[in-house]
Design a protein around this ligand. Structure first.
Ligand code: HCB
Length: 228
């Protein structure tokens, strides 16, 4: 039965049908299904299908936009449930998040933000089309622990390197960890540009953010003077 629900969710995204996507999200919540499972097993496969059809010219930009709208509607219904647990926990770290300059894809980045919040991180989402300078300015202002940079286009991936350079210029690189993600991004790309980590999806981003916080804590302990 749950597989039928996932398959209907997937189809609602392919059809670009926000009303159906919303009704299915509400059905999932009423049935006690974990929101992240609905997203990962229902809606995200729909997005992948849409991307493939777009690449084969079987779908066009307006279709892509309708699918994105359906995805946003479903996420808006599921997000409050996902965020609930975060408010009761100790703050896990400060994250500045955004999609890099020239890129307006926001769905994946926002999902990462929602899950980080749900796991106790304090997330400042700068939105989309964000310059390296803006990332660095906000990271400095908030004394951020982590900067998360999303890129969905092969042309905008290189701006992730620009964010790291902006952090270096602002003298913040040693205190701010950088994690990168987005469909075309890989672990080897992350290494090439000098990022501290790569996450393939939102749950991996949470695990990575925790790991980066441990690294930061270890580095601080090693720097603190020996007790007299
Ligand atoms: Co867009 N688009 N798009 N698009 N789009 C892609 C990305 C293509 C791959 C589709 C294709 O051709 N197969 C393609 C890019 C090809 C390439 O560069 N090699 C493409 C193109 C070409 C374009 C335009 C250029 C089309 C045009 O205008 N001709 C244009 C670019 C506009 C711009 O940015 N300047 C464009 C526009 C659009 C919209 C506006 C219609 C819409 C976005 C709407 C919105 O976000 N509000 C859109 C969409 C929806 C897509 C696809 C179909 C889905 C993206 C998505 O939301 N995926 C996408 C196809 C695809 O990616 N397979 C297609 C679902 C989320 C959950 O996954 O990968 O974004 P995610 O995020 C994951 C993961 O990567 C990781 O965690 C997330 C959650 O699990 N993660 C991070 C992401 N960021 C992270 C940061 C971290 O620190 C850590 C982890």
């Amino acid at each position: 039965m749950v597989n039928n629900l996932f398959s209907a969710m997937r189809q609602s995204i392919v059809d670009g049908a926000p009303d159906t996507a919303l009704a299915l999200a509400q059905q999932a919540l009423a049935a006690g299904l974990a929101p992240l499972e609905a997203i990962n097993s229902g809606y995200v496969p729909g997005m992948h299908e849409v991307g493939e059809q777009f690449a084969r010219a079987q779908m066009f930009l307006p279709d892509l936009m309708a699918s994105a709208e359906a995805m946003r509607t479903a996420m808006a219904a599921l997000e409050p449930e996902m965020k609930k647990s975060g408010s009761e926990r100790e703050m896990a770290g400060i994250v500045v998040l955004g999609t890099t300059k020239g890129d307006i894809h926001e769905i994946g980045k926002s999902l990462v933000g929602t899950l980080l919040t749900a796991h106790g991180f304090c997330v400042h989402d700068l939105g989309v089309d964000v310059s390296g300078e803006k990332f660095a300015a906000k990271a400095g202002e908030l004394n951020a622990d982590i900067v998360g940079v999303s890129a969905l286009l092969t042309t905008t991936m290189r701006n992730q390197r620009g964010v790291i350079e902006s952090l270096e210029k602002a003298g913040l690189r040693s205190q701010v960890k950088v994690m990168v993600g987005g469909a075309p991004v890989t672990r080897s790309w992350a290494q090439e540009i000098g990022a501290d980590g790569y996450a393939k999806d939102a749950m991996t981003a949470v695990a990575l953010a925790r790991e980066l916080m441990h690294d930061k804590a270890r580095a601080t302990q090693n720097l603190s003077p020996e007790p007299a």
